[in-house]
Design a binder for this molecule. Structure first.
Ligand SMILES: [Zn+2]
Length: 156
């Protein structure tokens, strides 16, 4: 991950360790009776608050939500929109799934992503590095077609 290493602004090691700790501790609340793959996340908002999250599975398997998205939804529903970093802890250091990468991209490609295993070994990257050529809100900023109402007004 040379591009990440070249960045001037790194996340302080003590912040990384706190986020890994919070994410790892959250794993106990994971609801994973089907996969038994417990995931914990800790999302650091620009406000300084940390929001934890876990994966929450469902008997209707497709309804499962990942720990990363749980953390984002908790934070966004409390008014947060800017994020610094998210730590994700699993037994074996699994990386965020594609759906979570897209979900996180909505709130910034520069957000640090710390991927750790249960021994707290980690690697650090960014949302942008995990999701090249991401579809972001910027893509929706194209000039809009005239609304039906505006066209009606013009026709009068
Ligand atoms: Zn996911």
């Amino acid at each position: 991950m040379a591009s990440v290493a070249r960045r001037k602004l790194m996340l302080p090691e003590d912040v990384i360790q706190v986020l890994i700790e919070v994410a790892d501790r959250a794993r106990v609340f994971s609801h994973a009776p089907y996969s038994r793959y417990r995931v914990g996340a800790a999302l650091l908002a620009a406000s300084g608050k940390v929001y934890s999250g876990v994966n929450v599975e469902n008997a209707s398997y497709g309804l499962a939500i990942c720990a990363e998205r749980t953390a984002y939804v908790k934070a966004v529903s409390e008014g947060e929109r800017a994020f610094v970093a998210i730590a994700v802890v699993t037994e074996n250091g699994g990386a965020p799934c594609g759906a979570c990468r897209q979900f996180m991209a909505e709130f910034g490609l520069d957000t640090w992503v710390i991927i750790a295993d249960s021994t707290r070994r980690y690697e650090i990257t960014t949302v942008g590095a995990l999701l090249p050529q991401a579809f972001t809100p910027a893509q929706l900023a194209l000039p809009r077609k005239r609304s039906a109402r505006a066209q009606t007004r013009r026709a009068q």
